[in-house]
Write a protein that binds this ligand. Structure first.
Ligand code: ADP
Length: 425
């Protein structure tokens, strides 16, 4: 018979994408949709937008390939939360978006959680749950909490109340204990928490009506997902401890696969579980946004071409958009430093790129100091990844092989989770 295919969907901040791959990872189809803005009571009805986008993406999958699809998985934005009716799955209120803060719930959450726990941030899933619990007047007995990816996957498999341990981290799930901790289970709202599986675990078959409407095969299964940033890491296929992905977008974010778990709230460092390993991460405020304040993307390309990456720049900057840094130095008062500015634009850019590389090096060395596996190879994603001169500068400064990641789309990472789920079935 024909080769089976695996479908991944990514629900990001501005739109959704799909990637359809075979078991070697070759892409057979890809596509993208922006969210339609359905309004209700003068606000965007996000749940309806996401649902419509999910079915639009299924329609966008070429029909002759659909019958080959063995499994489906989805990633969503971290901490995007829905409270739904536990019998119908219908949202009981509008979704809480990933970046929405519920400071009203923070004192309560801080009083129950261990000091500096991941949930002790106003935008954590737990703060959203507590805020809803304390303010909403609807029937709390039949409510259920789901993350964005869980809810979209439920629309496909129909089994209500299933999540994965990546999405569940910010509601307080302990991936090492493989359960919710006692301080959370003793709360009255713990009855709303979904059950948790490993990302890329088969939950059940695709619902019959969807299967027949779209022409998916009888045995097509739906697997648990993950968060968008973890899916983007998975896309790079850095599967061995010591492999890392640096994302050079508006900010600089690093993720390293480690055999040990590390947490340090001072630096915003925490670990996500990935099967028998840990994905350790931190994010600096430096990155491409500062470059964009000074140069256009065309200037960046033209000036970069003239840089000699083997030459050390003597300029020592700390490029930031505004005051304050968290990782690899925790200093809310750290001021941006971009002086002295040389006359040559090429030298100026060289100094900035090299200074960001030093921050990256310091970030990896901090993770090591905190107990993570030592990095041995760095893949790069984001807008800065296409800069070959910067890659050479970073190889020299980091003392490591650095390359552009072949795949960086979160949808590709979600497709790899679908493949994993089909394999383990
Ligand atoms: P976001 O995090 O906003 O999604 P992207 O991954 O799209 O960001 O990357 C955009 C960033 O990439 C911009 O801030 C820009 O400064 C940077 N960038 C674009 N082209 C280059 C280049 N040739 N060299 C270095 N940085 C670049």
């Amino acid at each position: 018979g024909k080769e089976r295919l695996y479908l991944g969907m990514d629900f990001g901040t501005s739109g959704a994408r799909f990637a359809l791959i075979d078991k070697r990872g070759t892409i057979h189809a890809e596509g993208k949709r922006e969210y339609p803005l359905f309004m209700s009571q003068e606000k965007v009805d996000w749940a309806r937008s996401w649902k419509a986008t999910l079915f639009s993406l299924l329609e966008d999958v070429p029909s002759h390939l659909r019958e080959l699809i063995a499994s489906i998985s989805i990633d969503g934005t971290s901490a995007t939360t829905l409270i739904v009716d536990s019998s119908t799955g219908e949202p009981l209120c509008r979704p809480f978006l990933y970046n929405e803060s519920c400071p009203d719930a923070l004192p309560t959450v801080k009083s129950i959680a261990p000091l500096n726990h991941t949930v002790c941030s106003g935008s954590s899933t737990l703060c959203k749950l507590v805020s809803w619990w304390e303010n909403d007047i609807s029937n709390k007995k039949s409510a259920l909490l789901l993350h964005q990816a869980d809810w979209l996957l439920w629309l496909l498999h129909g089994k209500l109340g299933v999540s994965d341990y990546n999405n569940a981290l910010k509601v307080g799930y302990d991936p090492e204990l493989e359960s919710y901790p006692p301080w959370l289970l003793s709360q009255p709202y713990s009855q709303l928490l979904p059950s948790v599986r490993a990302p890329g675990t088969s939950v059940g078959r695709l619902k019959d009506d969807i299967r027949s409407d779209f022409g998916f095969p009888n045995d097509c299964v739906v697997c648990t997902g993950t968060t968008d940033s973890i899916a983007a890491f998975l896309a790079a296929r850095a599967t061995q401890p010591g492999k890392a992905v640096t994302s050079l977008g508006s900010t600089l974010a690093i993720k390293l696969l480690s055999t040990t778990r590390i947490e340090d709230a001072r630096f915003g460092v925490y670990s996500h579980r990935l099967d028998d390993k840990w994905l350790v991460g931190g994010a600096s405020n430096t990155g491409g946004a500062v470059l964009r304040q000074i140069f256009t993307d065309e200037q960046l390309e033209r000036l970069s071409e003239q840089i000699n990456p083997m030459e050390t720049s003597s300029l020592d900057y700390y490029p930031l958009q505004t005051v304050g840094e968290r990782f690899p130095v925790a200093d809310p008062n750290l001021a941006p430093r971009l002086h002295p500015r040389p006359e040559s634009e090429v030298e100026f850019l060289h100094g900035i790129l090299e200074s960001i590389a030093h921050i990256e090096a310091k970030a990896y060395s901090l993770l090591k100091d905190l107990g993570a596996t030592q990095v041995d190879q760095v893949f790069t994603a984001g807008g800065g990844a296409k800069n070959e001169k910067w890659i050479k500068i970073r190889e020299r400064v980091l003392g490591l092989p650095v390359s552009r990641a072949t795949q960086t789309e979160a949808a590709y990472g979600a497709a790899l989770l679908a493949l994993k789920g089909a394999d383990e079935k």
